[in-house]
Design a protein around this ligand. Structure first.
Ligand SMILES: [Zn+2]
Length: 196
């Protein structure tokens, strides 16, 4: 939102009124756009210590804070300090270090609360409002009112096969590589190949 005083607004309006009517609207928009403050990402602001948080974890790349509107006690938000939009946008080494942090936090929550959902929501239809990768760790209690649910619809086998092909095709190449399992027979080819 533009942050202007009443007097400044009046000045702008007076100037606009001097213009031909057809130009007024576009000129007003142009002027106002100079005063618009870019909407700042709250997770970036938290990373930069520009808004107060209740921190439970921090390292060079990640931070975890308590959700200020928790769905259950212990509801924790874990996020990268730099503005990364989705989990799949992380580079491999970041995935590795993030996984370790998830494990640490989940371990703590499991000790304290015995049950936990770990939720990643990416993309415009996922419920992620700020396009900054966030992992929600939600401790669960018996008969709490957290809803993580979906309705299943019976799929046709052909549809499953089609989607199967689509997903397999879409998986990035390096992730498709499956390490060949070493032969179980230690006296056979495995021994010749791997052991002295
Ligand atoms: Zn951000």
């Amino acid at each position: 939102m533009a942050n202007l005083t009443k007097e400044q607004m009046q000045e702008i309006q007076e100037y606009i009124n001097t213009l031909p009517e057809t130009e007024r609207e576009s000129k007003l928009k142009e002027i106002m756009s100079q005063f618009e403050q870019p909407q700042q990402c709250p997770f970036c602001l938290m990373s930069e210590n520009k808004i107060p948080t209740t921190r439970v974890y921090e390292d060079a790349n990640f931070m975890a804070v308590l959700e200020i509107n928790p769905s259950n006690p212990g509801h924790t938000l874990l996020f990268p300090k730099k503005h990364i939009q989705t989990f799949s946008a992380l580079i491999e080494s970041e995935v590795e270090s993030l996984s370790k942090v998830i494990k640490k936090l989940e371990s703590a929550l499991m000790i304290l609360y015995k049950s936990c959902n770990v939720v990643i929501s990416d993309g415009p239809f996922s419920g992620n409002r700020f396009e900054h990768l966030t992992i929600n760790l939600i401790p669960r209690q018996q008969k709490d009112n957290v809803v993580i649910n979906w309705k299943g619809n019976k799929a046709e086998e052909n549809d499953l096969k089609k989607v199967q092909q689509d997903i397999i095709q879409a998986i990035p190449i390096e992730k498709k590589e499956i390490q060949p399992e070493p032969p179980k027979d230690l006296t056979g080819k495995f021994r010749k190949k791997y052991l002295p």
